[in-house]
Design a protein around this ligand. Sequence first.
Ligand code: DUC
Ligand code: ZN
Ligand code: ZN
Length: 465
Amino acid sequence: MSYDLVVKGGTVVTAADTFVADVAVSKGKVAAVGQVAAGDAKVVDARGQIVIPGGIDVHTHFDMPFMGATTADDFTTGSTAAVFGGTTSVIDFAIQKKGEALRQAFDTWREKAEGKSAVDYAFHMIVTDLPEKQVKEMDKMVDEGVSSFKLFMAYPGIFMSDDATIFRALSRTKENGGMICMHAENGGVIDVLVQKALAEGKIEPKYHALTRPMSAEAEATRRAIALAEMAGVPIYFVHLSAGDAMDEVRRARERGQPVFAETCPQYLYLSYDDYERPGFEGAKFVMSPPLRPKGNEERLWKGLVRNDLQVVSTDHCSFCMKVKGGKAGKELGKKDFSKIPNGAPGVETRMLLLWDAVSKGKITQNRFVEITSTTPAKLFGLYPRKGHLSPGADADIVMIDPRKKHTFELKNLHANVDYNPYEGKTVDGEITNVFVRGQHMVEGSKLLGRTSHGHFLRRPPRSFN
Ligand code: DUC
Ligand code: ZN
Ligand code: ZN
């Protein structure tokens, strides 16, 4: 058997096992895992390094218009940041404008991504408008490989759906095999709290967090779980931040309901205290849901260990602080926290932040692979093509040198954004090589592959109930 590439002698870590092996690649696919004769193949020495299936980030927003701004990263810069950070596939969000056909939103986002992504990409569809006559459009999207839909219980007037719309969408996924991804925060209550704070002259970034309490997330999570139960379908919670919301997920799972949830590194590593930074600094951390008080992160870590939470994604939604390239920044909200574009970067830092947790003994190596790659692939129809290193899988391979340390510095990161939430933080481990479908994309700090290498991934309907 002849191969194109052999990643030689590394410690292969999958969600299930850890073993020393070579990974042989032929025509972009894993051809063998074991001891192989490299022959004429290109050999990359992985001795002493960790070899894992490429990270899958199921929550990014590239080239997204939102709150009077547009995210700093388009598909080119966002996917370049992803691949340097050890993420080889992303699922981004196409957004349906009110009154628009879902198909139109899909076409718009395909155009934004086509030929401009270093990593493979798929889409969820953000549904903002779903009258009864449009419900069947969801089926067409599932047929096109967009088999998950995000709905919002927050952002009234922009994204928020009422319970009837949510129930309609959930019920339709029973017919078409789609999955609903839910942004669970009680938008009506939050709006009242925001208006009250502003009327009292409370305008600083920290009031973003103080007007979005944990119970607003827990209540919406509980309500969405009940709606999914009535519809008889699974549900997936995006960017779960609050321990109290996680408890709702845990209780539902203990009852046997198919409920899943992701959290994000910002909720594991940052806290409300970051809003108290001097001046307008707190705006860097304005995202929804907001960062929570110290102590909450320990509940989430426990939840990741116990499988109350199944995935860590990023919600990469990068806005610059200042105007850049004609795009407005977070300074839009200098005099009113409610006008700060919500979101923060994270796609490049996720894998190492989580590897650091392995090194510090918070999670095992296998759990690290499970929550960053294997389970995301399984829940969103990419498995076994993605999320695992076994013959027949795409050769999306990441090498981490566990003997090295890495310090996050804006000047070395690849996102097109003027700050980094983890600036100066040193973590254990360094990403040394990244391959996407066998193509050597990253070696150290060098980009070897093209930023047009990524393919659109059609995802099949859900295979579980
Ligand atoms: N949360 C954010 O922080 N940004 C984009 C949308 C969202 O739900
Ligand atoms: Zn959201
Ligand atoms: Zn998001």
